[in-house]
Design a protein around this ligand. Structure first.
Ligand SMILES: Cc1cc2nc3c(=O)[nH]c(=O)nc-3n(C[C@H](O)[C@H](O)[C@H](O)COP(=O)(O)OP(=O)(O)OC[C@H]3O[C@@H](n4cnc5c(N)ncnc54)[C@H](O)[C@@H]3O)c2cc1C
Length: 398
């Protein structure tokens, strides 16, 4: 594990240099204007951060989940919004990477990499969030085309994307086994973008609704087989959840750093507050939480990169553990600052608002706990059957 950390050090340093040079001065502007940072997106494309998992032969960065998390963590220390830009682009491309044909990879991923196109991921609907299998959007086969009808909500990069990876029901009678994935160009007739959501955090990176009214897409737009959409969505999110965890770790690290620097400078009772025992307990808990969380992120990334059988469990675990940690650490950092933590001129309140969102998107933390518990049950079934079933069945419960 520690060798692993060593090997990603060069990438961390490279991203850090870039972020300090290019990103730091833009953070306030992005926060205040809530305008999409096109100039930064272009820089990110040039550095490969928006083609992260796309193989080199299609013009991409050719990175791993480990690289994905490393880059996201480093950017999130300065701007969680810009880290989200990297995450959503990767989430949009993953279904094509995982299930696209060579022809589709060449057409869509090649276009994204060569022509710097943004891609969004449209799964959530007004009546289907955590229960993604219950989406209502339909795609009906009309000979040479499928016709899409329905509404999507909370689509990150809605209105600025060139493509949307979209999920619709091709067979409504089959429940979640009736879902199919499509890549829809943003300029398709009948596709309209709703008003930008006014969010509490992740400012500058828009989320919008999308309305599909008789949107015709060719069969080339179908990713994977018909009916495989739910699986494609889950496998995609499985690979991106450690990046949300990395984003949360980045936010928490930044808040912790502010807190310790402030605590060293601020004096009360004749000494820096960093020397007060009660304050030291808070600082030490922050440091231990960040360290433990970071290790969980990179273990999950390593498992995903190596197809480890526990990758799903670690991915969901990292997402809920690290985002809950970031929420706590950012709130505690405000506490360390006392009254000054409540001022909008300090970055801590931004970090607190951004941390909250990491607990919700890409599957809420309640849903992640449910995924972990289900994986635990699966893992332990064999042991249960072999050693414990008889014993438990014979047990007197009263
Ligand atoms: C900033 C932002 C960006 C987003 N970007 C995208 C995007 O790009 N693409 C996309 O498709 N979606 C996106 N989403 C949507 C996001 O994934 C959903 O908001 C999330 O999955 C939760 O769905 P919901 O909001 O409908 O809440 P609901 O599913 O209605 O949940 C409401 C509450 O009930 C709880 N709950 C639900 N089911 C259970 C259960 N089984 N057990 C216990 N508790 C449960 C939840 O944890 C939550 O606390 C985004 C959301 C936000 C806030």
């Amino acid at each position: 594990m520690f060798d692993l950390m060593e090997s990603k050090r060069a990438l961390t340093e490279e991203v850090k240099r870039f972020v300090q040079e290019m990103v730091v001065e833009k953070v306030k502007e992005i926060e205040e204007t809530d305008e999409f940072p096109w100039h930064m997106a272009e820089h990110f494309f040039k550095r490969g951060y928006l083609t992260l998992l796309i193989p080199k032969e299609h013009g991409g960065f050719g990175g791993s989940i480990m690289d994905f998390c490393t880059i996201v963590e480093e950017i999130a220390k300065y701007s969680a919004s810009l880290a989200l830009l990297v995450i959503v682009q990767t989430v949009g491309t993953l279904p094509i990477l995982l299930y696209g044909t060579d022809k589709q990879k060449d057409a869509f991923l090649g276009d994204i990499a060569r022509n710097h196109r943004l891609i969004g991921f449209a799964l959530t609907e007004p009546k289907a969030g955590s229960d993604a299998g219950s989406i209502q959007m339909t795609a009906k086969n009309h000979g040479r085309h499928h016709i899409l009808n329905g509404k999507k909500s909370f689509v990150t990069n809605g209105g600025v994307s060139y493509y949307y990876t979209t999920f619709a029901k091709t067979n409504p009678r089959r429940g979640k086994r009736g879902l199919t994935a499509f890549v829809v160009p943003a300029d398709a007739d009948g596709l309209t973008v709703g008003k930008k959501d006014d969010k509490i955090g992740m400012r500058g990176i828009p989320s919008t609704s999308l309305s599909f009214k008789d949107v015709a897409v060719s069969h080339n737009a179908i990713i994977g087989r018909k009916g495989e959409g739910f699986r494609i969505a889950m496998e995609t999110l499985n690979r991106s959840r450690p990046a949300i965890a990395a984003q949360a770790v980045g936010i928490a690290e930044a808040a912790m750093e502010y807190a310790i620097l402030f605590a060293m400078k601020r004096r009360q009772f004749g000494k820096p507050i960093a020397k007060l025992e009660g304050m030291q307990f808070i600082l030490a808990d922050m440091a231990a939480s960040v360290e433990a969380s970071r290790n969980l992120v990179y273990k999950a990334a390593y498992y995903l990169d190596h197809n480890h059988r526990n990758a799903t469990k670690l991915s969901a675990m990292s997402k809920f553990f690290c985002s809950d940690m970031a929420m706590k650490v950012t709130i505690d950092a405000v506490q360390v600052f006392g009254g000054y933590g409540c001022l909008k001129s300090r970055p801590l309140e931004r970090m607190m608002r951004d941390a909250k969102i990491t607990q919700i998107y890409e599957g809420t933390n309640q849903v992640q706990r449910f995924v972990v518990a289900e994986q635990m049950i699966k893992e332990h079934l064999e042991i249960y059957d072999r050693y414990f079933r008889k014993e438990l069945e014979e047990m007197a419960w009263e």
